[in-house]
Design a protein around this ligand. Structure first.
Ligand code: PLP
Length: 386
């Protein structure tokens, strides 16, 4: 049997975390220390995150879903209240609205930015609207000046789903430094990871104390033996092992973002011309200033392809390239259809959700990886374009 002499490149996943040896050693130290759940590493992590967000109070949680649920509770959102959000997001964004007993109100996206359309948002405000829940898809913020002008005018709370926007900026200021309640996720796929985890940026000490209570059973301790429970909290605290991973990531954030931007420029160059461009493959809004480039999502001109999206993703896989879908329009999921949502209500989000493919983008990638992905996309467009 003859062996192929063509070198086989390793499979390129669409995402992969970068954890350095210092962090791995640090995690081993935490495991040996005898204190593995919420403790000193969390205090350090919260202080560092607060420093990153201009000194505002920050509390960690075990997910970027718990953060939003608790953020809504702190904002006083409950049964009878409406919360305005986008259907083009991870389902978590909207599930938390149901979790607190409130009513989700969807507003379509701007097809260029793929974020909630602020013109439509303003029209969706009713006397029952209590809060706005904008999402910064792939790390691209909405027009923050406009968002907060609307919130002020209508006296609404804002809980920012900045799960994907850690390190993103607006007018040179980091997301989280300004604004009302800001929620970050540190899930394994996010720009900064603590394996699982999240953080809430809050307005004052009162909110921070409330966040701490909601995070751990509503408990307040005093002295050596005093204990009370005065709100219904849950179990959302972050372990010190996770906090140590997050702490190890923080010093690399600026480099991570620069590396992502470098790769993204190559994507724009590689897909901005050639068969993919000619066929009409859609590219993200090219904001190389504010966005932290959490993901790079293209849209497929399916009417001009003889394969469907799954077929396209399979062709990528055949060429050693991983891909994902972020996100199908969530109002078409059964849970939301049962609440009266259906096709045609949010056409831009539906079209984006049905045609988008997430290409590989992570800090351990190099230039030739991007070239390889672009070559694959162009090849598939050439082969299956009609
Ligand atoms: C990741 C993510 C979440 C949820 O974060 P978890 O830490 O996975 O709970 C919420 N919203 C968006 C937009 C996300 O990307």
């Amino acid at each position: 049997m003859s062996q192929s002499t063509v070198p086989v490149l390793p499979f390129l996943p669409f995402v992969k975390p970068e954890i350095d040896e210092e962090t791995i050693q640090g995690v081993a130290d935490v495991l040996r220390s005898g204190w593995i759940t919420t403790g000193p590493q969390n205090q350090k992590f919260e202080a560092a995150l607060s420093g990153y967000c201009g000194g505002r109070p920050v509390r960690t949680f075990n997910s970027g879903t718990a953060t939003m649920e608790i953020g809504l509770r702190i904002a006083g959102v409950g049964p009878g209240d409406e919360v305005i959000t986008t259907p083009a997001t991870w389902v978590s964004t909207c599930n938390v609205i149901l979790q607190v007993g409130a009513t989700p109100v969807f507003v379509d996206i701007d097809p260029v930015t793929r974020n909630i359309d602020l013109n439509l948002l303003e029209k969706a405000i009713t006397p029952r609207t209590k809060a706005l829940l904008p999402v910064y898809l792939s790390g691209l913020p909405v027009d923050m000046d406009r968002l907060y002008a609307i919130a002020r005018e209508h006296k609404l709370r804002v809980v920012e789903d900045a799960a994907q926007a850690f390190g993103s900026t607006w007018n040179g200021e980091r997301i989280g430094k300004l604004g009302d309640i800001v929620s970050f996720s540190f899930h394994a796929n996010k720009n900064l990871t603590s394996i699982e985890g999240g953080a809430l940026v809050l307005n004052n000490d009162e909110e921070a104390v409330l966040a701490q209570k909601y995070r751990l059973q509503g408990i307040t301790r005093t002295g050596f033996d005093g204990m009370d429970c005065d709100v219904l909290g849950g179990k959302y605290n972050l372990t010190d092992v996770a906090a140590r991973v997050g702490l190890g990531q923080l010093p690399h954030m600026e480099r991570f973002i620069e590396q992502r931007k470098k790769l993204v420029r190559l994507y724009f160059a590689g897909l901005g011309k050639g068969p993919a461009a000619e066929l009409g493959v859609g590219l993200p809004f090219a904001d190389l200033e504010n966005s932290n480039w959490h993901m790079f999502q293209i849209t497929l001109p399916l009417e001009k392809l003889s394969i469907d999206r799954a077929g396209f993703m399979n062709e990528l896989k055949e060429r050693g390239v991983g891909s994902g879908v972020h996100y199908p329009a969530l109002h078409l999921f059964t849970l939301y259809r049962e609440r009266g949502f259906k096709e045609g209500m949010f056409p831009h989000a539906e079209r984006f959700g049905a045609t988008t493919v997430t290409l590989p983008l992570f800090t351990l990638m190099n230039e030739s990886d991007v070239e390889r992905v672009c070559r694959a996309v162009n090849e598939i467009c050439e082969q299956y374009g009609k």
